[in-house]
Design a protein. Structure first.
Length: 382
């Protein structure tokens, strides 16, 4: 888990904000934030040499050695002297991560970054430290704190939300990764007068990371699913009922890189349907067009031809809709189908949906004609 951590940000000589950040110790729960020290070197090496840290902090050396940790300590010292702050996050006296901010600019705006050591992840360390440091900054006159996280770094995105930050936008292809491609950053901000309350996601993540009935498994779509997904979408029976232009493999890779962010931000849930016996990719199911004000979302799906006729899709739809009503505030789940797609009609009937209405000539077909859309509905159980 990591967000932008170190950087060379100049501090303006003149402006509205002129106070230096004091070298203090911040206590929050079981954590203590203090300036990093020579005694942290061994743990710093272990934390920064971790593959996940290296994945999301591409400017850090890999492998990461003791001399790199010494340089980090020197840079932290320079950061303090330049008006910023760099803290070691400690628990029980041991280093468990780093967190820091650049020097506030002339408008009292700064940016926060952090990383958590592998041995301390999954315990809320980053969110607790981020909230504490942000509150400390506001108490010292900082007006606005910003946070940026890579679109694929779902753990860091969750930290921002849990720390009371609000999503403000997306910076496209702004971060160069080790593999040579550019990644998007999601920008968050928190103002001194914001309530700072942690927002509960409208679409919570699966408690066990998956849904299964023993025959099919539903798991979050990942980049590894892009190739089989692309092959499925090219199948004639699937392409015939797809709306919009056919996507390329690159399009589907980009789609899979966004699925965690879409889920966390409440936009949609994208799932791979897997054969529980073999773990093979069998299809795709999504919850999309989420409208909280209406309490409604739409379900969509496609299945690999080799798995048709085995009840996989009915099981997948039931798993997702049952979970939706048990874990969200949604009241209506709808589905739209081409009037000629009898196989899809049968799936929805078996999954407890009823026909609600017909939208005339709504769906564009590949041959240039338009088809009526039959809309189906399943309501929250009374």
């Amino acid at each position: 888990m990591a967000a932008r951590l170190m950087g060379s940000w100049p501090r303006p000589a003149h402006g509205i904000y002129r106070d230096m950040l004091p070298r203090e110790v911040i206590s929050t729960g079981s954590l203590l934030l203090r300036p990093p020290a020579d005694g942290d070197v061994q743990d710093i090496v272990r934390a920064f040499d971790d593959p996940e840290t290296g994945r999301f902090l591409p400017l850090t050396p890999l492998p990461y050695r003791a001399e790199d940790a010494v340089e980090y300590l020197k840079a932290a010292q320079v950061k303090w002297e330049g008006g910023g702050a760099e803290f070691a996050i400690t628990e029980g006296g041991r280093y468990v991560g780093s967190i820091g901010v650049r020097a506030p600019d002339q408008w009292g705006v700064t940016e926060i970054g952090y990383l958590v050591a592998p041995w301390a992840r999954g315990r809320g360390v980053a969110a607790t430290a981020t909230r504490a440091l942000t509150d400390w900054l506001f108490d010292r006159g900082v007006r606005r704190v910003e946070l940026q996280a890579e679109v694929e770094n779902v753990a860091s995105l969750r930290v921002a939300v849990k720390s009371g930050f609000r999503e403000e936008g997306r910076r496209r292809e702004v971060k160069l990764l080790r593999d040579g491609r550019y990644a998007d950053l999601i920008t968050f901000g928190r103002l001194a007068h914001d309530p700072g309350d942690a927002e509960e996601p409208y679409l919570p993540f699966f408690a066990d990371g998956q849904l299964t009935d023993g025959v099919v498994r539903l798991t979050p779509m990942t980049v590894d699913d892009a190739v089989p997904f692309n092959a499925m979408m090219a199948e004639e029976a699937v392409a015939a009922y797809s709306v919009g232009p056919a996507g390329t493999l690159d399009d589907h890779v980009r789609r899979c890189r966004n699925t965690g962010y879409w889920w966390l931000s409440g936009q949609r849930i994208e799932l791979a349907i897997r054969d529980a016996a073999t773990d093979a990719f069998a299809g795709h199911v999504q919850l999309m067009q989420v409208a909280p004000v209406l309490g409604q979302a739409m379900i969509g799906y496609s299945l690999v031809s080799a798995y048709r006729g085995r009840g996989f899709m009915t099981r997948a739809v039931n798993l997702l809709v049952d979970w939706t009503f048990a874990n969200t505030a949604l009241h209506r789940v709808v589905a739209g189908t081409d009037e000629s797609n009898t196989a899809s009609h049968a799936v929805l009937e078996r999954a407890g949906f009823t026909r609600e209405c017909r939208h005339r000539q709504l769906l564009p077909r590949p041959d240039g004609t338009r088809a009526d859309d039959i809309e189906w509905l399943r309501l929250r159980p009374a």
